[in-house]
Design a protein around this ligand. Structure first.
Ligand code: ADP
Length: 334
């Protein structure tokens, strides 16, 4: 598992509950989303009703699960958490929906990965708070309508564009979560450090934030590794030097690139003069699978403006040469 991976590992799952902001006011960053959601929730509370269905789109680790829990807390409602891949059959969904309490929040992570029949059942449930449960098979099958209590669906997806329009249209409010600014991640680090009872000076937080790839989950994970280092090698206080030295041990560089990212970039620069080079050739040079290079390393390198995917192959940008401290070969005069 990568230290800079955005998906939750088992350690994250064990500690994240303690680090999650519980109220909207505690949630750092995402000012637009917070403002809009605040209005949606206030209005629903004022009406004494149930909040509209909410769709949260954004990369892993940006706070979608956290926000769904905040929505439930702000509405003083219970929450049920499940995910698209966990719902294989429409019957699975019917069982969940029919057991919801009035006003309950249903958090459906990876909603784009639900099966087709479940998705269609969800349309009706979202719109009319009703499902048709099919009993029997073939010509004798009958649909038994089942009334549901009003509930709030909070769907999460990595990309809203992956959702079929009829599903997307049934959400009253869609929020796009952006990657966090360094200053916001510093706040995340300070907040978590306080909860974990670790002393962190401002420059130490800057150092961790800068390597966290815009993602609070990664910031929290790096903070825990740096804390270990500070406890073992120093007096437990996280300073800039301690954070930098610790993350050097874990091979996470100043910009959040890890060994794999640097291997991809290094091959591209040193073996192929910065490209263009085909993905397969690059993958062989790095000694990794094509998919690993394309899906694990490249998205962040592209986002950071270090690598470009062009029709002729992968190309390093001038920033890539600078980042690895290499000098691009002389351009031959045209
Ligand atoms: P997602 O569901 O988008 O993958 P999570 O909601 O599980 O992300 O967030 C991952 C971790 O990051 C949580 O433990 C939470 O503590 C932290 N986190 C996410 N967003 C914020 C935020 N805005 N402020 C503070 N901590 C956050």
């Amino acid at each position: 598992e990568r230290l800079v991976g955005a998906d939750a590992d088992s350690e994250d799952q064990a500690v994240e509950a303690a680090l999650r902001p519980k109220q909207l006011g505690e949630f750092i960053g995402q000012p637009k989303v917070r403002e809009q959601l605040d209005l949606v929730l206030r209005a629903a509370r004022a009406r004494g009703g149930t909040a509209d269905h909410v769709l949260l789109s954004g990369a892993p680790g940006l706070g979608k699960t956290t926000l769904s829990m905040i929505i439930a807390a702000e509405m003083n409602a219970p929450i049920r958490i499940t995910s698209g891949p966990a719902i294989q059959h429409a019957g699975d969904l019917a069982a969940i929906l029919s057991s919801l309490q009035e006003g309950e929040v249903l958090f459906l992570d990876e909603i784009h990965r639900m099966s087709r029949p479940a998705e269609e059942m969800l349309y009706m449930a979202m719109e009319d708070f009703r499902v048709d449960v099919i009993v029997g098979k073939g010509p004798g099958a009958t649909a038994i309508p089942l009334e549901l209590p009003p509930f709030t669906l909070v769907g999460a997806t990595t990309r809203a564009g992956l959702l079929p329009p009829p599903l997307r249209d049934r959400f009253g409010f869609t929020a796009h979560m952006e990657f966090y600014e360094p200053g916001e991640l510093e706040q995340v680090v300070h907040r978590s450090a306080q909860l974990l009872d670790v002393r962190t000076d401002p420059a130490g937080a800057v150092e961790i934030a800068g390597r966290s790839r815009g993602t609070p989950r990664i910031a929290n994970r790096l903070l825990r590794r740096v804390r270990d280092y500070a406890q073992v090698k120093a007096d437990g206080v996280i300073t800039r030097e301690i954070a930098a030295a610790a993350l050097e041990v874990y091979e996470v560089d100043g910009r959040g690139l890890d060994r794999l990212d640097r291997a991809v970039l290094g091959s591209l620069l040193k073996l192929f003069g910065g490209g263009p080079v085909g993905l397969s050739t690059l993958a062989v040079a790095v000694g990794e699978e094509r998919e690993t290079v394309e899906e694990v390393a490249e998205p962040f390198l592209v986002r950071e403006g270090l690598l470009a995917r062009t029709p002729r192959g992968r190309v390093a940008t001038p920033a890539a040469w600078a980042h690895l401290g290499l000098v691009p070969p002389q351009q031959s005069p045209q």
